[in-house]
Design a protein around this ligand. Structure first.
Ligand code: GDP
Length: 195
């Protein structure tokens, strides 16, 4: 997809604020600093639309970006925040659970992980959560430019083993620096949104 139009529509604090256009949604999850904003920005060729490095502890919202008036990227801010209180975390968890289990327009979730490292406990929990609710997952292993090509296979295996990756899901090696994986990621997203 050639993106010429992309905008943030709303940072929603609850379901009442979610868009009601019925357009398909692709959610994005990943711990903070993993490269989620850079992934969105690279995909839509807009440097600063998705905020990079969202600050831990700030209000947690679901951020809806409308792309080409065709679908939404729904940015699910980084999980695994140390600074958020237990009560806030529980509230946030509930909101996510409701979104992921009840949102009919949600077509797939992109789980952004770091190709350099074995998945964290939170990465694994998120993946298991999505699998449990039968949500198709696209694992995007980013920062591929930081690993020499000769070691890619080893790192892909490390990520897949760590997640107990389901071969029915999609896996994309990605780099926001080089554009590696961009085409493949678009092909998969287009399939899920019926483009
Ligand atoms: P977020 O918190 O998950 O949204 O992460 P950001 O997109 O803000 O990225 C965190 C840091 O990693 C920033 O300094 C980015 O420039 C860097 N980064 C993100 N993606 C890549 C990538 O593919 N390659 C490299 N080399 N750096 C990246």
């Amino acid at each position: 997809m050639k993106v010429t139009k992309a905008d943030i529509v709303i940072s929603a604090v609850g379901p009442a604020q979610y868009p009601d256009t019925g357009l398909p949604e692709i959610a994005l999850a990943g711990r903070s600093n993993v490269g989620k904003s850079s992934f969105i920005n690279k995909m839509i060729h807009r440097k600063g639309l998705a905020r990079t490095s969202s600050k831990p502890g700030k209000t947690q919202t679901l951020n809806f970006y409308i792309i080409q008036e065709l679908f939404y990227f729904v940015d699910v801010p980084g999980y695994g925040y140390a600074k958020v209180s237990k009560t806030e975390r529980a509230k946030w968890g509930k909101m996510l659970e409701t979104y992921f289990t009840e949102r009919e327009t949600l077509k797939a979730a992109i789980s952004v992980v770091d190709l350099r490292h074995a998945p964290s406990r939170e990465d694994v929990q998120m993946y298991e959560f999505l699998k449990y609710y039968n949500i198709p997952v696209i694992v995007v292993a980013t920062k591929a430019d930081k690993i020499p090509r000769s070691k890619w296979n080893k790192h892909v295996k490390q990520v897949k083993d760590g997640l107990d990756f389901d071969p029915n899901d999609e896996f994309v090696m990605f780099s926001s620096e080089t554009g590696e994986g961009e085409k493949q990621a678009w092909q998969i997203i287009e399939k899920y949104i019926g483009y």
